[in-house]
Ligand binder design. Sequence first.
Ligand code: 5GP
Length: 186
Amino acid sequence: MPLTVLSGPSGVGKGTVVEAVRRRHPDVWVSVSVTTRPARPREVPGAAYHFLDDAQFSAMIERRELLEWAEFAGYRYGTPYDPVREVLAAGRPALLEIDLQGARQVRAALPQAQLVFLTSPSWAELRRRLTGRGTEPAAVIAARLDRARVELAARSEFDVEVCNDDAGRAAEELVELVRNPRQRLG
Ligand code: 5GP
């Protein structure tokens, strides 16, 4: 059973879609990433992330325990390799939710992995999500929009796109792909 990677521009709602997959489809194994980011208020350690300090994260890199890792908004995020190996060996459908830098590393390490790009219904919608309540400085918002533009251009590197018009619907489409991956054309 091949591996599926969900990625896409920041702000597109990857976390919400994967949360819906976890809730509705417990048979689909979802990787738990390690991160140096502090836990947010309602985040349970070990649920979506294992929270590590910098030294612990560096030790995992040195021991080559990560399938991929990347720095994002000042913190490091990575995928522990052993659990992925075990799940794939057991033939269970497996899903990773990672940023674009990580998706490229998985493509290099495991060329047979299926890469799914989560898109927004429109640029206007993505812009609305990224600007949020508009309480942040204009320069911060402008930087986010610039990055989203660059990230959207990466869609051609992916095997298939799923539109996040509704998180529940997108989760169902994603699970279908996880169970029946699109054949890569090479
Ligand atoms: P957040 O801090 O909002 O939970 O996640 C920030 C970004 O890190 C998101 O784009 C998310 O997809 C990405 N991310 C989460 N886990 C991993 C991981 O293990 N590896 C990589 N490369 N990115 C990750």
